[in-house]
Ligand binder design. Structure first.
Ligand SMILES: *[C@@H]1O[C@H](CO)[C@@H](O)[C@H](O)[C@H]1NC(C)=O
Ligand SMILES: *[C@@H]1O[C@H](CO)[C@@H](O)[C@H](O)[C@H]1NC(C)=O
Ligand SMILES: *[C@@H]1O[C@H](CO)[C@@H](O)[C@H](O)[C@H]1NC(C)=O
Length: 468
């Protein structure tokens, strides 16, 4: 290096004017600086720290010692949903739900991919102008099963752009800022997911087993370009192509039952892919044990896994608590979850769907016992039970219809009565509307008069016979 410079320095000196020679160190400095800027990525850590420090000094006058979030390493501030139509045409309940996201996250962009623009989106980003994966575009284009398209589309969007994905019937309870607990830095996390079903005691169950341990994919958050998303997408396309061969029909004509949807593209597929990725990242075999009954969120291989109540509170199983929990981030309203109609679950002709047990151990045991017993019966006995079951169903349906009719009649009579007597004395009159003069003598106990009137059962304590 020294030899080289001493070689050309005299040369230069011979040709360049003295002013330029004196300025050479400055040129060098400028070139070095430009080099540094262009290859900034290679120096990211020191560069970022310097940047953060400077900002902390100037904004607060003190050096913040905490790990400041690094914007370039954060999650894209974007919320994604997919639905038949765009939000300007949403019906009221979808609008109300969608607004919870925009209102709680004013700093985020919001976009809905629809049945009319989804293919264009996929072609743009996965076609030759995008990452050039025509295999993926082809599969997406030929899909007709709505739930499969919806599952796949969320993975495609999360791979391309990242941000938060939420199903159309999911309400935001907390701002997205709350997805990552304070003890973590967003820079260290690639993905935020939550537990949905945590019932490993059913792992060996023929029907429930494959669904008994899963992460939730009706809401999750990603940074763009995660290998796990692309692997999941790729696996789904291969699975669909396999199935197409097996059924001997094109992908557009595939027949899929409930369990195939769940394990092919739904939560089970998502969970398998995430666990596989965690294993790759950590070099260890990561399985569900790591997430069973977790008392707090944890990060494994760059994936932050939140406890079940974060995205799946109030399920009545998996110890999911309720939506009032501080850690409950969203509420799944399920009003758009009608897809099982098109992809039926296994339904026993007498004992119905085991899913109706909602993961209750005794109920599942009873279902298993009954269905096993049923298998041992003669065809004749089976038919007899099935007929009885159908009759019971019809009876129940008739009763339900009758009850609904009576309720309707009652309601009609009540309304008619209200019209005939425009000012009926309501049973529970709001306090503000009760004229004071209507109660000339306030009760000595201090009970509000209308309480004594509206709730006849409420008695002053003194009225109870003394305990003996
Ligand atoms: C896209 O990939 C195909 C092979 O799958 C290749 O033939 C084609 O040249 C690629 N196009 C671009 C724009 O890279
Ligand atoms: C697809 O089929 C091949 C060959 O039978 C098999 O090895 C592979 O595991 C299958 N992949 C998926 C995702 O179903
Ligand atoms: C790929 O899909 C198949 C079939 O659904 C599944 O058995 C396998 O575990 C999946 N692999 C990953 C990494 O998702």
């Amino acid at each position: 290096m020294q030899a080289a410079s001493s070689n050309w320095k005299p040369n230069l000196g011979g040709r360049l004017p003295a002013q330029i020679r004196r300025a050479l160190p400055i040129y060098f400095g400028v070139i070095l600086f430009i080099f540094f800027l262009s290859y900034g990525n290679a120096f990211t850590p020191s560069f970022e720290v310097a940047h953060v420090k400077k900002r902390s000094y100037s904004s607060q006058g003190v050096l913040s010692t905490g790990l400041a979030p690094r914007p370039s390493k954060g999650f894209p501030k974007k919320i994604w949903q997919t639905w038949k139509i765009d939000p300007l045409g949403f019906e009221e309940r979808d609008l109300t739900c969608a607004r919870t996201w925009t209102q709680k996250n004013p700093g985020h962009r919001y976009e809905v991919l629809t049945d009319n623009n989804d293919v264009y989106y996929v072609e743009t980003h996965f076609g030759p102008e995008g990452i050039n994966r025509s295999d993926i575009v082809e599969v997406y284009r030929s899909l007709t099963a709505k739930i499969i398209k919806a599952d796949l589309l969320r993975y495609l969007v999360m791979y391309v752009e990242g941000g938060v994905y939420a199903d159309i019937d999911v309400e935001a309870l907390k701002p997205i800022d709350r997805f990552i607990p304070e003890r973590y830095s967003a820079a260290d996390i690639d993905m935020v997911i939550g537990v949905e079903i945590d019932q490993p005691e059913f792992a060996a169950h023929a029907i429930l087993g494959p669904k008994s341990m899963s992460f939730c994919q009706w809401t999750f958050m990603c940074k763009p370009g995660l290998p796990v998303m692309l692997r999941l997408i790729k696996n789904i396309t291969v699975w669909l192509e396999n199935l197409s061969k097996k059924q001997g029909v094109p992908i557009s004509d595939l027949k899929l039952d409930f369990d195939e949807v769940i394990s092919g593209t739904g939560p089970s597929a998502f969970t398998t892919a995430v666990l596989a990725e965690m294993s790759i990242k950590t070099g260890q075999d990561v399985n569900w044990d790591t997430f069973h009954n977790i008392p707090e969120s944890k990060v494994v291989g760059g994936v932050l896994v939140l406890t079940v109540e974060a995205f799946a509170a109030g399920q009545g199983h998996s110890d999911s608590g309720n939506h009032n929990a501080r850690t409950a981030l969203v509420k799944h309203r399920y009003h758009a979850s009608k897809w099982p109609t098109a992809h039926p679950r296994y339904k026993h002709p007498v004992y119905d769907e085991v899913e109706k047990c909602n993961w209750e151990v005794d109920c599942v045991k009873m279902w298993d016992y009954n269905t096993a017993l049923f298998e041992g019966l003669s065809e004749e006995e089976k038919q007899k039970l099935i007929i009885e079951k159908n009759q019971a169903d019809m009876q129940k349906q008739a009763e339900d219809t009758e009850l609904a009719r009576k309720l309707e009649q009652y309601e009609a009579a009540r309304l008619a009565n209200e019209v005939a007597n425009p000012a009926p004395a309501p049973l529970l009159q709001p306090a503000m509307q009760v004229p004071v003069e209507a109660f000339p003598s306030p009760q000595p106990q201090g009970f509000p008069a209308q309480v004594a009137r509206g709730f006849p059962a409420l008695q002053p304590v003194a009225a109870f016979p003394p305990a003996t």
